[in-house]
Design a protein around this ligand. Structure first.
Ligand code: 13P
Length: 251
């Protein structure tokens, strides 16, 4: 861990009814926060409003899981940044691997989504990561650099100030197969080096890089101990209050 304020974020994906989301977040408001981490939850759109209401007097911040690139229009089923903000989100994930692989979000689309989120003052958690095949072909950093270069194209360092990067190796998501702390550190350090080369050392040092992929109460401590790991983006275990509370209060 470093001087950078740690972030523990829970991506609830397509889980939880409004009632379940309310119960979960209410439990989390009592979880404590011994590391003074930034705590973020990303509920489904249907629960954004209630979760925002229930976290009003807490440290928990609320993120959308995605936003559309237009402010409004004929885009059946999509949610615009204005709507996500209106429902209470102050951040949004962009480029989660499930958006890329299941819904076909391309780098170009993601770049437009980042622009839309920033235009409306939503803080962006931009997700990157390689598949197992890409890792085994030795292409991990080539893939990630491409995702960063194209997804964040045309923005200046000033515009990207405050952006959060999440490294989520696709092979570790929902598989129970976690990257080792060393594998995570290696990629995080390479991402930071890329940010330094592309923007500035100051920007690279200030940017938080989260690890995601089968983070659990039992492995969070060793992952968070790595110098370039500034936080965790948690899927499955963020749905279980006691587990996520333990992750928030990592050692
Ligand atoms: P799991 O923690 O369930 O592997 O999911 C990780 C993830 O995709 C978070 O965005």
């Amino acid at each position: 861990m470093t001087q950078r304020t740690p972030i523990i974020a829970g991506n609830w994906k397509m889980h939880n009814t409004i009632t379940e989301a309310a119960a979960l977040v209410t439990a989390l408001t009592k979880a404590g926060n011994k590391n003074h981490a930034e705590i973020i939850v990303a509920p489904s759109y249907t629960s954004l409003h209630i979760v925002t209401r229930l976290t009003k007097d807490s440290e928990i911040q609320v993120a959308a899981q995605d936003v559309h690139w237009e402010d409004k229009g004929a885009f059946t089923s999509a949610v615009s940044p204005i709507q996500a903000k209106d429902a209470g989100a102050t951040l949004t994930l962009i480029g989660h691997s499930e958006r890329r692989s299941v819904f076909g979000d391309t780098d170009e689309i993601l770049n437009k989504k980042v622009a839309a989120a920033m235009r409306h003052g939503l803080k962006v958690i931009f997700c990157v990561g390689e598949t197992l095949q890409e890792r085994e072909a030795g292409k991990t950093m080539q893939v990630i650099e491409g995702q960063l270069k194209n997804g964040l194209a045309n923005f200046t360092e000033e515009q990207l100030n405050g952006i959060i990067i999440a490294y989520e190796p696709v092979w570790a998501i929902g598989t129970g197969k976690t990257a080792t702390p060393e594998q995570a550190q290696e990629v995080h350090a390479a991402i930071r080096a890329y940010l330094a080369k592309t923007y500035s050392d100051k920007f690279a040092q200030a940017t938080r890089i989260l690890y995601g992929g089968s983070v659990k109460d039992t492995n969070v401590d060793e992952i968070m101990a790595k110098p370039d790991v500034d936080g965790a983006l948690v899927g499955g275990q963020s749905l279980i209050a006691e587990k996520f509370a333990r992750i928030i209060n990592f050692n």
